[in-house]
Ligand binder design. Structure first.
Ligand SMILES: Nc1ncnc2c1ncn2[C@@H]1O[C@H](COP(=O)(O)OP(=O)(O)O)[C@@H](O)[C@H]1O
Ligand SMILES: [Mg+2]
Length: 260
């Protein structure tokens, strides 16, 4: 997807399944394409279930005027799924984070039970990722958040922005200037590591890792620039997997997966 193209096509026709991270990412790509192209065509999933799922999570809501979808958006018979689903939401300010904190808490409570520490930790962790997107990303489309609980299998939450990315912002701090993208993302997870040279900064991502890590069986996936980090926890054992994605990841894509 380049700048100033006349027409951009986003192909999701053959998709069979989209988790919150992909739902956020796809919609973010549509919105950003719409800012630079005259016309954007979204080839929606041919699989009817998935197309309806996208409608249900408000993926097709408030699309920019120059975006076309290849299939009509289905009319929905809305049920209250507040405990299962956080429809795609956009955050631009800290007020938005406050409003969404309650929704994320509802879903986490549904997963872990009312008053559970894991539920609170989960909502706080996601709020830290949202705050970072507002403070550091400078994303042209803001950040997108979405969450879903799956019957019997767990919960996934995602925060995606298309901004400057973790490596680029962190390297602004002279102490972290020479880091590769992978080292920068890994380093950003440590307590006290920040692009901002101020006492007390750099606790957000460290808290995210800490909180997800004590939620039992869990996965935290962060992709930004030329770096992808997957941290996993299973029965008290932690693992880290680092890789360089096939293509540069624009912005910062974070997904938290908590297994039931
Ligand atoms: N969404 C993001 N976009 C760009 N940079 C980010 C993002 N999230 C985190 N970062 C980078 O990671 C660093 C560490 O983040 P964090 O641990 O929350 O500490 P703080 O926000 O206090 O700097 C930030 O200073 C920033 O450089
Ligand atoms: Mg922060």
């Amino acid at each position: 997807m380049g700048e100033n193209q006349d027409e951009v096509h986003l192909l999701a026709g053959s998709a069979m399944w989209l988790a919150p991270r992909e739902v956020c990412g796809l919609r973010a790509l549509i919105d950003s394409a719409a800012q630079v192209a005259g016309r954007v065509v979204f080839h929606s999933p041919v699989a009817g279930d998935l197309h309806r799922h996208l409608a249900r999570v408000n993926f097709y809501a408030d699309l920019p005027g120059n975006v076309e979808i290849t299939q009509p958006v289905p009319a929905l018979n809305r049920r209250d799924r507040r405990e299962r689903l956080l429809e795609l939401a956009r955050i631009r300010t800290t007020c938005d984070v406050g409003a969404l904190y309650g929704r994320v808490s509802d879903i986490a409570r549904g997963q872990f039970g009312t008053g559970s520490a894991a539920a609170r930790a989960c909502a706080t962790a996601v709020a830290a990722a949202m705050e970072n997107a507002i403070e550091h990303a400078d994303s042209p489309i803001g950040a997108l958040v979405s969450a879903q609980r799956y019957h019997g299998t767990g919960l996934e939450l995602a925060v995606v922005d298309l901004g400057r990315g973790i490596p680029a912002t962190l390297r602004q701090n002279p102490s972290h200037r020479g880091l590769s993208d992978l080292d920068a993302v890994q380093h950003a997870l440590e307590d006290g590591v920040s692009s901002v040279q101020e006492q007390g900064r750099g606790a957000g991502l460290a808290a995210l890792v800490h909180d997800v890590g004590r939620a039992g069986q869990a996965t935290l996936r962060l992709s930004s620039g030329a770096a992808e980090l997957t941290l996993g926890w299973d029965a008290g054992l932690a693992s880290v997997n680092q890789s360089i994605p096939a293509s540069h990841v624009r912005g910062t894509w974070i997904a938290v997966r908590l297994d039931a």
